[in-house]
Design a protein around this ligand. Structure first.
Ligand SMILES: *Cc1c(COP(=O)(O)O)cnc(C)c1O
Length: 370
């Protein structure tokens, strides 16, 4: 069976380098917030083209830290999307803010700027004022940063990019994660840049903002044992930072491999009634996921399974329909109608850099027969 994602294959490819990095860390005697984290933060910020990066425990906490660092919390609404990992919306509430869920553009699955504009003009009754916008660069492709950025500027709103699925994605040649007031990354093992455990980071334009977020991740300390702010504990550990340093050096090549596999699937789908994923003009897509839309999803999934090909659904239920959020969370003007249709049709095909050419050909052959 060809699986949809395979973090173990990522480890095996780089095993000697990763094992050496782990051994070095174990021997160092220093396991939390030390030289490896410091070096990874510097290397990641340089690779991204951001001012600073601050490592933290995971991608959910990265969003909480970014919001808190920008002063977004109780009494503020944050406009984000329902078609995302639930973490995005959970983090807004963890920060004490109120989510307002904007619909997606049905071709690219990212925040629809027209619905954002309509919602800003007529915000949901009973929600606090919208103070920040949190678009998600879903599946590895940038949201429309021109339109969303302009709305943020015109309405004096903070812009926080959720880049958990988009390490290396670009917008007009510039890396996502460098457009807003803060950007958040997850290093969950299956992400484009994946640790071998949990990890996350916040990218920030200034030293000052980075200092604030770095304090918040460890009890609000700027000096040991003295809390200037009420902080949390969300640290990136040394072992994961050492592993991420190895993986970061191979990230551009891994993303190029993802794009090459996507091109093979595109070719195969051109011979069928299924459309390949739409690329947005100006966006460099890094294919965290290769997602097709199939109204007869169960049947397609079964046919792929019979051909030995696994697939996934990202995500089967929009956040606003899940039990914890249903009838409680505020929706934007479009009531997430396109979000609900997409959730019933999206299907993710196997895509990770270590797929062999033979496996890619096998998937392509099964796609041609759909
Ligand atoms: C994975 C993910 C997160 C959360 O990251 P964790 O490291 O699992 O906390 C947030 N947003 C999106 C879009 C994600 O895909």
């Amino acid at each position: 069976m060809i699986v949809q994602a395979n973090p173990g294959a990522g480890y095996r490819t780089l095993k000697p380098e990763i094992d050496a990095a782990v051994a070095r860390t174990l021997d160092s005697g220093w396991y939390i917030l030390g030289q490896e984290v410091k070096a990874f933060e510097a290397e990641f910020a340089a690779w991204l083209g951001a001012g600073k990066a601050v490592g933290c425990g995971n991608g959910t906490d990265a969003i909480v830290l970014a919001l808190r660092g920008l002063g977004i919390g109780p009494g503020c609404s944050v406009a984000t999307v329902s078609h995302t990992a639930v973490a995005t919306v959970a983090a807004v509430e963890m920060a004490g803010a109120t989510p307002v869920l904007i619909d997606i553009d049905p071709d690219h699955y990212t925040m629809n700027p027209a619905d954002l504009a309509a919602t800003l003009a007529a915000p949901p009754a009973g929600s606090p004022p919208i103070k920040a916008v949190l678009p998600v660069h879903l599946y590895g492709q940038a949201a429309d940063l021109d339109a969303i950025g302009a709305l943020c500027r015109d309405n004096d709103l903070a812009l926080i990019e959720d880049c958990a699925q988009a390490h290396g994605a670009t917008w007009k040649g510039q890396q996502v994660g460098t457009f807003g007031d803060a950007a958040t990354f997850s290093f969950y093992p299956t992400k484009n840049l994946g640790a071998l455990g949990d990890g996350g980071a916040v990218a920030l334009p200034t030293e000052d903002m980075a200092g604030r977020v770095a304090a918040l991740r460890q009890y609000g300390w700027r000096t040991h044992y003295i809390s200037d702010d009420v902080g949390m504990n969300s640290r990136l550990d040394e072992m994961q930072a050492a592993i991420l340093r190895v993986k970061l050096a191979h990230l551009d090549a891994a993303n190029a491999r993802r794009q090459a596999i996507a091109a093979v699937y595109d070719d195969a789908l051109c011979q069928t009634a299924i459309r390949p994923p739409a690329r947005r003009a100006h966006a460099g897509h890094v294919f965290h996921l290769y997602v097709i839309r199939v109204p007869e999803r169960d049947a397609v999934q079964a046919r792929l399974r019979a051909a030995g090909i696994g697939s996934g659904i990202h995500y089967p239920q929009p956040v606003h329909i899940q039990p914890a959020y249903r009838n409680r969370v505020a929706l934007g003007s479009a009531a997430c109608r396109e979000t609900e249709i997409a959730a019933s049709q999206v299907l993710s095909l196997p895509l990770y850099p270590e797929l062999t050419d033979g496996e890619v050909a096998q998937v392509a052959e099964a796609l041609r027969r759909l």
